[in-house]
Design a binder for this molecule. Sequence first.
Ligand SMILES: N[C@@H](CCC(=O)N[C@@H](CS)C(=O)NCC(=O)O)C(=O)O
Length: 214
Amino acid sequence: MTADDTITLYYSPQTRAAGARVLLEELGAPYDLHVLNMKAGEQRQPEFLAINPLGKVPTVGHRGQIVTEQVAIFIYLADLFPHAGLTPALDDPLRGPYLRWIAYYGSSFEPAVIDHFMKREPAPVTQSPYADYDTMLSALERQLAKGPYLLGERLTAADILWGIALNWTMMFGIVPRTDVFTGYAERITSRPAFQRVTAADVEMAAQHAAAAGG
Ligand SMILES: N[C@@H](CCC(=O)N[C@@H](CS)C(=O)NCC(=O)O)C(=O)O
């Protein structure tokens, strides 16, 4: 990692890191990719664990510091490029809802989705960080139904996070394919940035599989 202004995205194709890369593309930000072959277990090697002890991507290196966690990474990167217009300014009334729904992704949606996927008995509603799965999901769906974007007419970095997350969770059958979720995800996945990253990922994933021996 360098102390200069280069943004380094620690990356692996077809993972949660793709969302961060799509965001960088949407921002028109210059960045370097540091690609890890997860099929060969590179994310669990000491070199990367020294950077992110959880061995997870996305991870960002910038100005001699490390940023991990999609929620932090999305807020951080969008704020770095305010002229791209994907982040409401600090004094914009939409700043609060913008942060709310980005945090909702990490604090409520992800734990709910993993419990649901693993068919785990959720904690009692008063102890669960997300109340219960249906309540968590229907609050999100009601917000998205207002459309066309999470905060109304304006596309923000939150939509890149959510559009891509809903796309993969629907693909895995964790989130139901309602009209609201599919229409919303489609608005994001039809954008050129998502299409570019997805096409590049197909190629990179095939190279990784070949390098890891199938
Ligand atoms: N809490 C992290 C989770 C990121 C995450 O789960 N990344 C997965 C990729 S989809 C990963 O790096 N898995 C590799 C591993 O654990 O071996 C975040 O929100 O950024």
